[in-house]
Design a protein around this ligand. Structure first.
Ligand SMILES: Cc1cc2nc3c(=O)[nH]c(=O)nc-3n(C[C@H](O)[C@H](O)[C@H](O)COP(=O)(O)O)c2cc1C
Length: 371
């Protein structure tokens, strides 16, 4: 890190007047952590190559992506320090701040259609995906993927909202396939399939990193993830009810796709380059059929580089929080818990304990047993 960056880290940033992706990018620009690329760039692996090159150093706005009508941004949070700026706390306190938001979520603020920037344009045409900048990230990926969409569903059983990020392969102008690993979304979908009902969903593209972080919070069915996101923001999160949908969505998103995950249907998806920087296999996956989209008049789309630091950290921080809680519950006094980038923020943990004492030599059963 440069001296300037270190100074910026020690004074947590203040969210700008607009708590959304654009506001966040403005803050990164002030910190010298955003570059804009005006030259035309190929979505097929070139976008990913640039993001990989500056990973951990800079966010990149691709102003002209070949074949797309809108710009694209990647690497929007790439360091632990970025999260401290985002959450307005010191880097050491990031995990405790996240813990506090999960244990004490905050209410959202409902806004009307006229006050929601994402409701500016409504489209229902035959092609809802073709003009979006959807990169092919890795050589052997099965196709073009959305990697940063917040998938929002309302659990009919509890009325609570679940956020998740899932790899979404584009398989048609109105069709995506989604990888659903075991978790809360999968259980919500399983329940709706048992009722033989399609599951109504919204996919939010272009949201600020606090929303992305909230989407990775633990799978507890009593948590409303939008309220976790709200508690991570400086003011209550503004949400809007889409006409004809029961899912509230962030009013300041850039673009929202709506549709359903169809009950009883599976089709091939993958393979795709995953977070450990190896390929995740392909297989039969649920199918999403899109029916419409809402967007700002000039939306900016977003991609998360799969296997990049943004992917590591947005999934790693909630895991650190969970590990910290589990260690405390087990009666230890952890000073700090860190997942390492070398382990993709998933596979290696380093734990510092307060006042650790060497364990007493255990009495081994074969020593105490009579000879
Ligand atoms: C960039 C990124 C991609 C992810 N891709 C998937 C995926 O394809 N399938 C999946 O089940 N989880 C994926 N995850 C993890 C889930 O978003 C995460 O575990 C979330 O908390 C799951 O929520 P749920 O338990 O509410 O379903 C991804 C996470 C990130 C950050």
């Amino acid at each position: 890190m440069t001296a300037q960056q270190e100074e910026n880290v020690s004074t947590p940033g203040v969210w700008p007047a607009e708590p959304d992706l654009r506001g966040w990018l403005g803050l990164l620009q002030q910190r010298g952590e955003l570059c804009r690329l005006s030259a035309e760039i190929d979505p097929d692996q070139e976008v990913a190559a640039v993001l990989e090159e500056v990973d951990g150093r800079s966010a990149v706005v691709f102003e002209s992506v070949r074949g797309a009508s809108f710009p694209l941004v990647g690497n929007t949070v790439a360091t632990r320090e970025n999260f401290s700026v985002l959450l307005g706390c010191s880097p050491q306190d990031v995990v405790r701040r996240l813990e506090a938001a999960i244990s004490s979520p905050g209410s959202c603020q409902d806004v009307g259609l006229a006050d929601a920037p994402v409701m500016a344009v409504h489209e229902t045409g035959p092609d809802l995906l073709g003009d979006l900048p959807l990169p092919v990230q890795h050589e052997y990926d099965a196709g073009r993927y959305l990697t940063s969409a917040l998938l929002i569903v309302r659990d009919a059983r509890t009325g609570l909202t679940n956020l998740s990020i899932n790899r979404l392969q584009m398989t048609g102008p109105r069709e995506l396939r989604v990888l659903l690993l075991p978790g809360r979304l999968r259980s919500i979908f399983d329940a709706s399939e048992q009722r033989e009902e399609d599951l109504s969903i919204a996919l939010c593209l272009g949201v600020d990193p606090a929303l992305v972080l909230a989407s990775q919070s633990p799978a507890d069915s009593h948590i409303d993830d939008l309220e976790v996101a709200s508690a991570l923001h400086p003011q209550p999160l503004e949400v809007v009810r889409l006409p004809g949908h029961d899912t509230p969505v962030p009013a300041r998103a850039e673009l929202v796709l709506v549709g359903t995950i169809t009950a009883g249907e599976r089709a091939p998806e993958g393979p795709f380059g995953e977070y450990p920087r190896t390929y995740g296999p392909g297989g039969p996956a649920p199918v999403i059929r899109l029916t419409g989209r809402w967007r700002r008049s000039d939306p900016m789309l977003q991609t998360i580089l799969s296997g990049g630091r943004e992917h590591f950290w947005v999934g790693g921080l909630p895991r650190e929080a969970r590990l910290l809680r589990a260690l405390e519950a087990a009666g230890t006094k952890p000073y700090a818990v860190r997942l390492t980038e070398a382990g993709s923020c998933r596979l290696h943990a380093v734990v510092a304990l307060r006042g650790p004492r060497p364990a007493r030599r255990p009495t081994l059963p074969w020593r105490s047993s009579p000879r």
